[in-house]
Design a protein around this ligand. Structure first.
Ligand SMILES: NC(=O)c1ccc[n+]([C@@H]2O[C@H](COP(=O)([O-])OP(=O)(O)OC[C@H]3O[C@@H](n4cnc5c(N)ncnc54)[C@H](O)[C@@H]3O)[C@@H](O)[C@H]2O)c1
Length: 215
């Protein structure tokens, strides 16, 4: 497949296609038209066609999409056919919740290490992975091929820790700390802010209530 720049908006929609196709596969559906998929996903059929055309289409005129094929292809585009080793830095409430979520592992995101500064957490195991103290981090990164670091530490510590990670070869950071990390361009940072999603919900609640008050 030809490599070209895909917009982040399209990339952002691919996991949802992947999820729906996975559900269709689980239901034994072998093929689906863009119209049918559009009804299920509440996205226009033309949007689906446009999105998937970015990757060469996959659809066949009069046949629709082969569900398993499309599921696998989107999985490949998302890199889900590969193993991604990851570590979590900050094994507090959020770090532990993420470590406990087994489904990441099913998708190829393998938890290799947990780190914290709190000596009381040292040796505590979550799904078989023990918490290590931060002074072991550099040595651990030298000995293990870690692709992704999850940052679930206070924002005041995030940049310093991110720099240590980057200086030791980590090239992807899943950042939950509420700070924009200023890192070299070749480092991929994905920020997750649950509170932004909650604010969107709050906005929509206000809008919904406002509209109903008008009626
Ligand atoms: N982005 C989001 O949607 C979202 C949601 C919840 C929390 N958060 C953020 O995630 C972070 C963690 O939240 P929490 O509720 O788990 O907090 P927490 O206090 O339960 O956990 C933080 C952990 O980080 C450890 N820590 C502190 N400094 C460290 C360092 N330099 N290196 C390694 N570990 C260190 C602490 O010992 C603690 O165990 C906070 O920054 C919080 O604001 C983000």
């Amino acid at each position: 497949m030809e490599e070209r720049e895909i917009s982040q908006a399209v990339i952002g929609r691919l996991p949802r296609y992947h999820r729906y196709l996975g559900e269709l596969m689980a239901d034994g559906v072998e093929r689906i038209s863009s119209n049918e998929l559009s009804k299920r996903m509440k996205v226009t059929a033309s949007q689906i066609r446009q999105d998937l055309n970015n990757f060469g289409g996959f659809g066949q005129q009069g046949y629709g999409y082969n569900v398993k094929y499309l599921y696998n292809e989107i999985g490949k585009i998302l890199g889900l056919d590969q193993i991604h080793n990851m570590i979590i830095i900050g094994t507090g409430n959020l770090g532990q919740a993420l470590a406990n979520y087994a489904a990441f592992g099913d998708r190829g995101f393998i938890l290799k290490g947990l780190f914290d500064v709190n000596p009381r957490l040292q040796g505590v195991a979550i799904r078989g992975v023990q918490v290590r103290l931060m002074d072991e981090l550099e040595d651990f990164l030298k000995k293990n091929q870690i692709e992704i670091a999850v940052l679930t530490i206070p924002k005041t510590k995030a940049l310093e820790v991110a720099n240590t990670l980057v200086n030791n070869g980590v090239r992807a950071i899943w950042n939950f700390a509420h700070i924009d990390l200023n890192l070299p361009e070749d480092v991929i940072v994905e920020n997750v802010h649950l509170s932004e999603s909650l604010m969107k919900l709050s906005y929509n609640i206000s809008r919904y209530n406002g509209e109903h008050e008008k009626n």
